[in-house]
Design a protein. Structure first.
Length: 399
């Protein structure tokens, strides 16, 4: 798709935007809100007065949440205040908050998803910068399931896994010429590692062993047991497709990104069971949207100015829900008394519970220093622009 076509999609999305997410009876679906408690409040290494962020990653059908938290710590590699790489944890209404145990020789562990068995898939960053795909549980199980061969740089990660025992990941692997290339990785229930599409990574897998993700500029669907690949959106040099989430009916949520695969303005889309693509509208006044999660009848994500890399925690983005092609700001569907603003919805389960990120409106801004180095190679911290703490929230429909 050419640049002009994506711009036309964006204009059409804005014109068709309506602030209503309706149930079957046509009334607004409203939500009660539960905060996801962060372990950062009891982490003695987190510097007081500095920004703490909860990064919600996924929610399973039982309401259990996988997330990371980051904070600033002192004296890491001689830097007075340095942001951590992330510390994975799980929260559930039944068991509360539990931090994922991690080996002592790493900088951090990031969660990327959680399945209905309570298995967390993610990425471990070691002290030397190597990355491994991991599978873990809150009961202490921890395994590196994707490890790069010695001839390739180690950037591995594990993104998702289903109850059939398939796990998804990504990393560099040698091709037939011996050159290391980015590839999808599929771990079978028997523990065998197979390779899938190249030039990108998978993001989700459903109960029918169908995975979705990106490969080069394309959004693709890949059947992990047969190896059959279906291109959902081919992409080109100016427009990149990303298939982010898939439900058990085979419907897919994702987005088309303009000019830049990771940072460009985007149009949210979903693909139906036949692979037909449908564009989803921006919020009124928005210029960019991303669809990040899909359930049986709803798609969730974010809409706003689209400053995904310039300001990844921008307070001007808004968490949204699409239902039957209509978009709604989730902030209009929660009680105002919570005093929060939701900036991104990352997932939705079969019960309609939505996992979102946001901030507390009345909370003071905190220090989030920008690191630079002077002429003598000494660290310099710029505190001139404070930041908001970010939190995770679970929204439950009020029936």
């Amino acid at each position: 798709m050419k640049h002009a076509n994506l711009l036309a999609f964006s204009v059409a999305s804005v014109l068709s935007s309506v602030a209503a997410a309706t149930g079957q009876d046509g009334h607004l679906t409203r939500y009660r809100v539960a905060a996801v408690p962060s372990p950062a409040v009891s982490d003695p290494s987190c510097l007081p007065g500095h920004t703490v962020r909860t990064l919600p990653r996924g929610i399973n059908d039982f309401g259990s949440v996988a997330a990371d938290y980051t904070c600033f710590v002192a004296d890491f590699n001689g830097i007075p205040a340095s942001q951590t790489f992330g510390r994975a944890f799980v929260w559930s209404p039944r068991f509360g908050t539990q931090v994922i145990s991690r080996p002592p020789d790493n900088r951090g562990v990031n969660a990327l998803s959680i399945n209905n068995r309570g298995e967390v898939f993610g990425r471990e960053i070691s002290l030397d910068g190597s990355a491994y795909g991991i599978r873990a549980t809150v009961f202490g199980a921890y395994e590196r399931i994707f490890v790069a061969p010695p001839e390739c740089f180690s950037i591995d990660g594990a993104t998702a896994g289903n109850l059939a025992g398939y796990s998804l990941g990504f990393g560099f692997r040698p091709d037939s010429s011996g050159q290391c290339q980015a590839k999808w990785l599929i771990r079978t229930p028997a523990g065998v590692i197979n390779e899938g599409p190249g030039g990108g990574q998978p993001w989700d897998i459903n109960s029918w062993n169908i995975a979705v993700g990106d490969a080069g500029s394309a959004a693709v669907r890949f059947h992990v047991s047969s190896g059959n690949t279906r291109v959902l959106f081919a992409g080109d040099a100016t427009t990149f497709g990303r298939a982010q989430d898939i439900n058990d009916d085979g419907e897919v949520a994702g987005y088309l990104s303009l000019q830049d695969k990771f940072c460009g303005l985007a149009v949210a889309v979903n693909w139906d069971t036949a692979g037909r693509m449908h564009t989803l509208p921006h919020l009124a006044g928005g210029v960019s949207s991303r669809a990040l999660g899909i359930s049986d009848s709803e798609v969730v994500g974010q809409s706003g100015p689209g400053q995904y890399c310039i300001a990844p925690y921008a307070v001007t983005e808004r968490a949204v829900i699409w239902k039957r092609g209509r978009v709604a700001d989730l902030n209009a569907l929660i009680p105002k008394g919570h005093g929060i603003t939701l900036t991104r919805a990352v997932g939705v389960n079969r019960a309609g519970q939505i996992l979102a990120q946001g901030f507390r409106n009345d909370e003071p801004l905190t220090g989030c220093p920008v690191l630079s180095w002077d002429a003598n190679d000494n660290p310099v911290l710029d505190y001139s622009t404070p930041c908001r703490n970010m939190y995770g929230f679970v929204l439950t429909p009020v029936r």
